[in-house]
Each structure stands twice: as C-alpha cells, then as structure tokens.
Write a protein that binds this ligand. Sequence first.
Ligand SMILES: [Zn+2]
Length: 485
Amino acid sequence: MDLIIHHAKLPGREGLYAIGVLDGVIARLEQTQQGDGWLEGAQPAGGLTDHPGMAGSPSEAGRLSAADCMSAMGSLNTADIMSEADRVHWPEASSVFDAEGGLLLPGFVEPHIHLDKAELLGRMPSDAGSLQEAIRMTAEMKRGFTREDIRQRSLSVLNRAIRSGVTHMRCHAEVDPILGLTAVEAALELKEQVRELLDLQVVVFPQEGIMASPGTAELMEEALRMGGDVVGGIPYQDGDAAAHIEHVFSLAQRYGKPLDFHVDFSDHPEQLDILTIADRTIAAGMEGRVAAGHVTSLGSVPLEAAARAASLISRAGISVMCLPQTDLYLGGRGDKEHPRRGLTPVKLLQEHGVNVVIGVNNVRNPFTPFGTADPLEAGWLLASTAYMGSDEDARRVLHMLTHGAAQAIGAEEYGVRLGANADLVLLPSRDERSALLDRPARRAVWKRGRLTAETIVQSYTYGLGRQAQGAEMPERQAEPIYIQP
Ligand SMILES: [Zn+2]
C-alpha cells in the first residue's frame, strides 16, 4: 500500500475504519473497531483537543492509537474500543496516518466559483448595491486585469480551497471583448499546474452577455477549441433570453460539452428562464448534463407554480447550484419592507428530487465582499438561513457539498469506497453535524492518495476545568488568566 489511514469515522457508518490506498485508488476498506471512541458530550474547543487522540503535538498524536487514548481517558469500555487494527494484518505502507476517530469524507467538490475576479476588495471604489452595479463595477476593474494578475488571485483562492478540503472544482472563466481569452488562458494554465492537487473544470462564461457584447460568440468558440470544459450561459445579460439559451445549447451540442447557467438571479417571480432551459434540456436529451446557478427568483414564486417548476427541473435532471453568500448579499435589495432572503427554495426543490448543491461563487469582490473559499462555510450559511438545523439537515448539507456536487459537475470515481480515487478530507469531528457546526480546520486532505494539505492546530481554553489531555502547555509571553469555574 502507498497509504493507510486508520481509525477513521465514515459518514453513516458505525465504528472506525482503516483504508488502504494503492496507486491513488482506495484498494482496501475495512471496519477495524466497533465503537468510535468519542466521549459523549465532548465539544471541540478550537478544534483538536477534545478527542483524546488529538492531544499533544501532531507527531505525538500520530503515535497514539485510539485504544491508547481511550485507556488514558479511562472512561470507555475497553472491550468496545479495543483496536482490532493490531490484530488484522495490513501490509506495509509507505505512509500511515492515524485519523484518531475523525470524520473522513470524500473531498469537497466546489461546483461554482469565479477565480478570475476573486479578491478585488482593495480595488473597489465602493460596495455594490445591486447585481447590475456589481457587474458594472467588475467590468470596469477587468480592464486592468492581466494574465499574471488573474493567476496570482486565482492561486490565492485555490490555496484556500485546497486547505479547506476541496479536491474538485468548476470555475467560470470570463470571455468577452474586454478580457478576450486572457481569463480562459489563465484558467487552463492553472488547470495543468494544479492537476495533482485538484481537478479543475473551466466553464467558458459570457458574463457580459453574448448578443449584448459583440465578438463574444466567436471568442467562446475559440475558448472551447482551446480546451474549455463546459459551455456557460447567462440569459439575464441579453435582451432576448430565449435566443441566448438557444445559442448556448447549440454550442454545447456542437462541441459535446455540458452546460452551466447563471440564471434567474433576481426576486422577480416572473423571471423564470429556468423553465425554458428545462424544456430545452429534455428536448436535447441532455438530462444530467445541465446545471443552473442562483435560480433565486423561484423563491418568490407562489407555492403551486414553484412546485410545478421544481418538478420540471427534476425531470430535466438539472442540478441547481445555490450560492448563498452571493444570493443573500444581493438578493432582497429592492425590498424596502419585509426583505426576502433571496435564496432558491432549497427544500422544495429537494422534495421534488432536484439535486441542489452549494457553491462559494465569489470570494471578496463586488458580488460578495466576504468568503474564505471554504465549502463548509457556504454550507453553514445555507443551513443557518434555509431552516436546515436538524441532524438530518447537517448530513444533507454535507452530502450536497460532496456527492451532490460531484454529480452536478460529473466528477467520476468519487466517494469513500473501494475502487474510487482516494480524494479525501479528514475533519477532527465525530459526525457531520459537529463538522458543520464547528467548521474545524481540516486535519488533512489527499488527492489520489497524496497529501495536499495538513493543518496543525493547538488551542487551549483556560479556567473552565478543561485541559488538553497530556499536552505540553506552550511557552507563552504572559500568564493566562485562570477563572475559578
Ligand atoms: Zn457565479
């Protein structure tokens, strides 16, 4: 084996597992313990010290088995937690990683992000008060973009995303007479450069419209010939939305590419281009190969009509990409009273079987002056604002960030299962709900079995009768204040 990860908690499964990776693929997967070793009521403080196995320096922790840690705590039934990993013979591996009871998920899939216009806060003359203002402001700033500038800002976001556990990403690269093919060239170059760290798909994205921005149609074709992976569409940027939709469908069919729309990004219930897209998807036999971002106007449609739309979207196999950080920021702006939340109706769509996923979309620019490119952050925001507070909702959100998003962008060989690529993220969390609530630093991230990110955190809470188990207290400048509990 090239890598063995042991003492891992897998979503929806009891006990702890060991996973063996050979040539980048999960070649062995076995339950090695019955119990998961977590103490009831344990709450992570700063991330890592509440699971006993996570105490101490990383190297120290790496040597402790979960069973050792449990014995040290003296509070669990040893028969239950006795590691069988010692008894089950596993072959030698060049790398062994003790997950220490943490939750091992398939890598996060970022299905919708704009690398080329990320991290622009320092260049913005002001905040944008509406979608159209954000587009205008960014179009102005785009005139100053160079390939190297796009590359540097993209790398900064990629670095954040990889550290957050992202192993697959679909980015939108803008194609228009302002930038020409500069953003597409930068994205395709990055795709090659980061290929061992994450799979990057490039959407050829006509942000300024196609008919409204003469020359864009030709540039899009050139971008697809250069290797663009997905045809982008944004009907609300052209006067004739139907013609825009028709144009991108014929392009997608001609080049044999999937489609990814920005659509119905408003609070106007009459703006429902998604219905045209769904009909056209079915007519083209492209079910499962079309995605639609935002679709926020559907949230303002009366229930019965919204349910009919959801049912059609489901039949068309369209994945809806909810982009909470942007949708909440720009949505409802026109409502002087009773402002709407501006989200697509997530639960309604899911009830009708639609694959709804979550994207980060923008990071620190006029559309979204927030963000860390962490899918868990976007998932937490959606859960907090879409009435998704239960344990089941937490599992659903994690599913949306992983398997759902993988389905939306057509990622293959995906999942924590035998034969899948070893694209993995390890969280120091006992389950999906605590992962979502804590959003802890990711302990480790692997792409095809190779470690792409690792975070080492030591955090101490003084004075509440809690202390890191067996950890050396760090040298500090001043004595901390101890409060008698
Ligand atoms: Zn977008």
